[in-house]
Design a protein around this ligand. Structure first.
Ligand code: CA2
Length: 150
């Protein structure tokens, strides 16, 4: 069975604890469970990783090579700063969908810039948790087209 990596970055472990008006009321654990269940409906296994450390996120992306066929990534604030994460995604050549819970383009101007977007096949933002499920669907379509069987 093909596998997806669901990678969440800094502070997303706090989901459900504060700022529910921006990021929703559900926890990260629930989000990860929902992603795993939705991936299964599309015929994928899913591995969920969250880290507050850029290097750990880089390691997870490097380790995805040969293991995962697609990546869903919410890099949190590293989205707007990390050339290293962009380079890592480009280097592994795994189709990657960028997700944000909030609509980053309707927020402060420093959130409009995404380094991840330059490496991703697409970006989904502003749809809350549903965006992760939409990203899984988008990868399912892309992978069925590419014939990738990693
Ligand atoms: O909208 C998103 O998903 C973001 O990636 C979330 C990041 C933010 O820096 C990006 O600009 C957009 C922040 C994640 C913080 O998550 C929290 C969750 C609950 C409580 C506090 C923070």
């Amino acid at each position: 069975m093909q596998s997806l990596l669901i990678l969440n970055g800094p502070n997303l472990n706090l989901l459900g604890t504060r700022q529910p008006e921006v990021y929703g009321a559900g926890t990260l654990e629930k989000l990860e469970r929902d992603c795993i269940a939705h991936a299964q409906t599309q015929g994928f296994e899913a591995e969920c990783v969250q880290s507050n450390h850029e290097g750990t996120m880089l390691d997870a992306i490097h380790a995805a090579r040969g293991k995962h066929s697609g990546i869903v990534v919410n890099a949190g604030a590293y989205t707007h700063t990390s050339i290293a994460l962009m380079d890592a995604i480009l280097s592994v050549e795994i189709p990657t969908v960028e997700v944000h819970l909030s609509n980053i383009h309707a927020r402060e101007s420093f959130r409009h810039q995404s380094y991840i977007a330059r490496a991703a096949i697409g970006q989904i933002c502003g749809f809350g948790r549903q965006g992760y499920l939409m990203a899984i669907d988008a990868l399912a379509v892309r992978l069925s087209q590419s014939g990738d069987v990693t």
